[in-house]
Write a protein that binds this ligand. Structure first.
Ligand SMILES: *[C@@H]1O[C@H](CO)[C@@H](O)[C@H](O)[C@H]1NC(C)=O
Ligand SMILES: *[C@@H]1O[C@H](CO)[C@@H](O)[C@H](O)[C@H]1NC(C)=O
Ligand SMILES: *[C@@H]1O[C@H](CO)[C@@H](O)[C@H](O)[C@H]1NC(C)=O
Ligand SMILES: *[C@@H]1O[C@H](CO)[C@@H](O)[C@H](O)[C@H]1NC(C)=O
Length: 553
């Protein structure tokens, strides 16, 4: 953008923002910072280094606390009650809604964003470059938003570039994760996509000519009119615009029907994983399904030609092949950032404080200079991330049986082994990709956090049931959107209400198991079930809308 104009814009936004912030500051300061930092953190769940297989070695509950390090065991009593309940509960019938969406499907939604737009865009106005930041989920959203903006501006899109971040430390580019040719071909009738900028534009100094547009130049969720007014002139003048970041810069409403549909088409159809990821993803799903399963439309989308290998081979009952995927989001970043206490004593406090000091200095500063809510307050308000042990307690209370096969995604768990003890004790058939794959199968993915996250994505999306522990996670949102899009109402997502759970867990030292069970179930029953996408909400998470899906019945 041209410098003077940009300054003016910045000044205007700045004035507006400071006014808003000023008003909200007194009451909401902590919440704002909380929100902002969390948005930086959105993808930390993929920051997982490959751990040696057998992370979740089976140990008995008695060993809890015997280890040298004893992280966050807040609920020893509840864990042993759960263990009893699970041991006795094998004959009980599982509640139906664990494995299917709570019904009332008077309308059936089916995928239909694959339809092409009426006219093709020749992309004659110039070229759009995108450097997406963040982990795989943020990148995906940036890609599909860029597709829509390219169409809006009649521009040609250059295959997006992924910025390297020290946090995720994965140098993978678009073509390491997605099939480039498939992407270009699938969207050919809607927009023009090329692999590289034409030669004559490559030598331009984009900063000098004002073609660099960063996230500070565009307000979050800007309307299409913003791009037409502010970006189109630069594109026409310079023939090229480079967006840096671009995660959530395009609004969900109001936006023309065709652009909305194109975004859905991009997210649900045009992005296919590369063969290497499909193959290993299919291997994981096959192992999770106990080698016997039905194939679904989703399989084809996720693992391409490897879907046929997922077709029925044995004659098992459905309950022998189904599995639950759980996305656990409990890394040290998350734990430190939350400012919560997880029961690990002085050692944990010091460790998290040191982590904050080196990774979130702003937070340490805030903590030193402002009176922030105490750890206990945060916990009682449901502001703390769900710990792995709380997650399994919830699963047990909801009625998942002891023999349930559980895939745990996002496994660089803070507290490591000792934190995971409870999980494997309660659910012996609980696995991760590290325990399902041999070291030679794992080897091509080592240290590639985005590709590992892509594997998790496949196994979570294809699961018979999916549970998330953090409803704010972009990864979980993308997975649940996928399941809605392809699942015909048969692929449920279990989503916690942390505030309600917090109030149940606050009674952990006295509550009886049966009451705990009832309270947890009630907390989930009361979660609002969205039948149709609410206005202004993400189409990636809530694809049930006329632009993305067709309804019948
Ligand atoms: C893009 O092309 C279409 C059809 O040719 C035209 O109606 C529209 O005004 C163009 N938009 C821009 C921003 O150039
Ligand atoms: C796998 O399926 C077989 C029947 O095909 C069943 O006997 C076995 O218990 C299943 N394994 C698991 C872990 O569910
Ligand atoms: C915050 O206070 C602690 C001691 O209470 C001190 O060690 C630390 O350096 C301070 N940090 C900042 C950023 O002010
Ligand atoms: C992965 O990273 C670790 C340290 O971060 C290093 O020791 C190891 O060699 C790396 N592995 C591969 C396959 O690059």
């Amino acid at each position: 953008m041209n410098g003077c104009y940009r300054q003016q814009q910045r000044r205007r936004w700045w004035r507006r923002r400071s006014l808003l912030v000023g008003v909200a500051l007194a009451a909401l300061f902590f919440l704002l910072v909380n929100w902002w930092m969390l948005s930086l953190l959105e993808e930390f769940s993929f920051h997982q280094k490959a751990t040696a297989s057998g992370l979740f070695s089976i140990r008995s509950l008695n060993q809890l606390g015997k280890g040298r390090r004893h992280h966050g065991v807040l609920h020893t009593r509840l864990l042993s009650l759960a263990a009893h309940a699970l041991a006795e509960g094998d004959g009980k019938i599982e509640p139906q809604e664990l494995w299917r969406e709570r019904s009332s499907p008077t309308t059936l939604w089916t995928p239909c964003s694959y339809k092409h737009l009426r006219e093709t865009s020749e992309g004659e106005n110039g070229y759009i470059l995108v450097s997406a930041n963040g982990g795989i989920s943020q990148q995906r959203i940036a890609i599909c938003n860029a597709v829509a903006v390219a169409r809006l501006l009649n521009a040609t899109l250059v295959i997006p570039n992924f910025l390297f971040s020290s946090v995720w430390s994965d140098p993978s580019q678009f073509s390491d994760i997605y099939q480039e040719d498939f992407f270009v071909d699938y969207l050919r009738t809607d927009i023009r996509i090329v692999k590289e900028l034409p030669l004559e534009l490559r030598s331009l100094d984009l900063v000098a000519i004002g073609s660099l547009v960063t996230d500070t130049d565009i307000v979050k969720e800007s309307k299409p009119s913003f791009f037409l007014k502010n970006v189109l002139p630069i594109l026409i003048k310079n023939r090229v615009v480079h967006f840096v970041g671009f995660g959530n810069r395009l609004a969900f409403d109001p936006i023309p029907f065709n652009l909305q549909r194109l975004r859905c088409k991009c997210n649900f159809h045009a992005l296919r994983f590369v063969r290497k990821i499909q193959e290993t993803g299919a291997l994981l799903v096959r192992r999770m399904r106990n080698h016997t399963s039905l194939s679904r439309p989703l399989d084809e989308n996720l693992v391409g030609p490897f879907a046929s290998e997922l077709a029925p081979k044995g004659h098992g009952r459905p309950q022998d092949s189904r599995y639950l995927a759980v996305h656990l989001r409990f890394e040290i970043d998350m734990a430190a950032y939350s400012m919560c206490y997880f029961g690990g004593g002085k050692e944990e406090e010091q460790e998290l404080e040191a982590y904050r000091l080196s990774h979130f200095p702003a937070l340490t500063h805030l903590k030193n200079t402002t009176r922030l809510p105490s750890a206990a307050q945060l916990r009682s308000e449901g502001q703390c991330p769900l710990t792995p042990e709380e997650a399994v307690l919830v699963l047990a209370a909801l009625g998942f049986k002891r023999r349930t096969r559980i895939y745990v995604a996002g496994a660089n768990i803070y507290g490591g082994r000792s934190m995971m003890v409870g999980l494997n004790t309660l659910y012996p058939n609980l696995v991760t990709k590290e325990s399902l794959l041999s070291s030679s199968e794992m080897e091509p993915f080592l240290n590639l956090s985005s590709q590992l996250a892509a594997l998790d994505f496949i196994v979570c999306a294809a699961a018979d049931s999916f549970a998330m522990t953090d409803s704010g996670s972009q990864f979980s949102s993308l997975v649940s959107g996928y399941r809605m899009y392809y699942g015909s109402g048969m692929l449920p997502t279990i989503r916690p209400n942390k505030r309600r759970l917090a109030s149940v867990f606050s009674r952990h030292s006295t509550i009886e198991w049966s009451l705990f069970e009832r309270s947890i179930r009630k907390a989930f029953m009361q979660m609002k079930r969205t039948v149709e996408r609410p206005i202004a909400r993400s189409i990636y998470r809530h694809p049930r809308c006329a632009e993305c899906m067709c309804r019948s019945g």
